[in-house]
Design a protein around this ligand. Structure first.
Ligand SMILES: Cc1cc2nc3c(=O)[nH]c(=O)nc-3n(C[C@H](O)[C@H](O)[C@H](O)COP(=O)(O)O)c2cc1C
Length: 185
């Protein structure tokens, strides 16, 4: 449970389900998820994130993305309405220099999408369990882009809830004064 009542409900209610409902996401809602991602902050305003997605509306393309996942993930993600991967541009467009914040910023964009999803009664679920190399060739991702994480998004079955005993590390282990390990909070 969050340790404060001040936490935004969309953050407090976000979780990573494996129990998606057989319910489509309407086009405006779907676009709103990526609109949220689009408004994330990024180093130099590069917006290095890209998303490759497929929805149940096109079963062939949905299967193309789903098949990249490891079997464990396929088993539950097949019920989500959207599956996709994040991709991050490796260099700054303005000068060609390496952007070491590319995956950082793509992660921030996916996190923003997940919070927007939660606010709209949906849930997103990130996945590392997929074949990133195959995703690159399958989708024709250019060399200057790095494969990030896979994800699923959808409505959740009504009875589904986050697992019991879901916890987080205490703030004292996460936030330090300028001396490493010394709790700031
Ligand atoms: C980058 C990333 C990779 C993940 N990989 C997987 C995965 O392959 N399979 C899976 O079931 N969950 C995966 N997860 C979900 C995490 O296990 C989950 O976020 C974590 O246990 C915390 O739970 P919560 O999101 O419900 O708070 C991943 C999450 C992230 C952010």
């Amino acid at each position: 449970m969050p340790e404060t009542n001040l936490l935004l409900p969309a953050i407090a209610n976000r979780w990573s389900p494996r129990t998606y409902a057989d319910k489509p996401i309407d086009p405006e809602t779907l676009a709103t998820l990526f609109e949220a991602a689009r408004w994330a902050a990024s180093c130099f305003g590069e917006e290095p994130w890209r998303f490759v997605i497929a929805t149940k509306a096109d079963p062939e393309k949905f299967a193309q993305v789903l098949n990249l996942l490891v079997p464990f993930n396929q088993d539950w993600a097949k019920n989500a309405y959207v599956v996709g991967i994040t991709v991050a541009k490796k260099t700054f467009t303005k000068n060609g220099n390496p952007n070491r914040f590319n995956l950082h910023d793509a992660g921030a964009a996916l996190a923003t999408l997940a919070i927007q999803a939660s606010a709209l009664g949906l849930q997103a679920h990130g996945m590392g369990g997929f074949d990133a190399q195959k995703a690159r060739t399958e989708f024709g991702v250019p060399d200057d882009f790095e494969i990030g994480a896979a994800f699923a998004v959808g409505y959740v079955n009504g009875s589904a809830a986050p697992p019991e005993g879901r916890t987080r590390k205490p703030l004292s282990e996460l936030v330090f004064t300028p001396t490493w390990g010394e709790p700031a909070l």
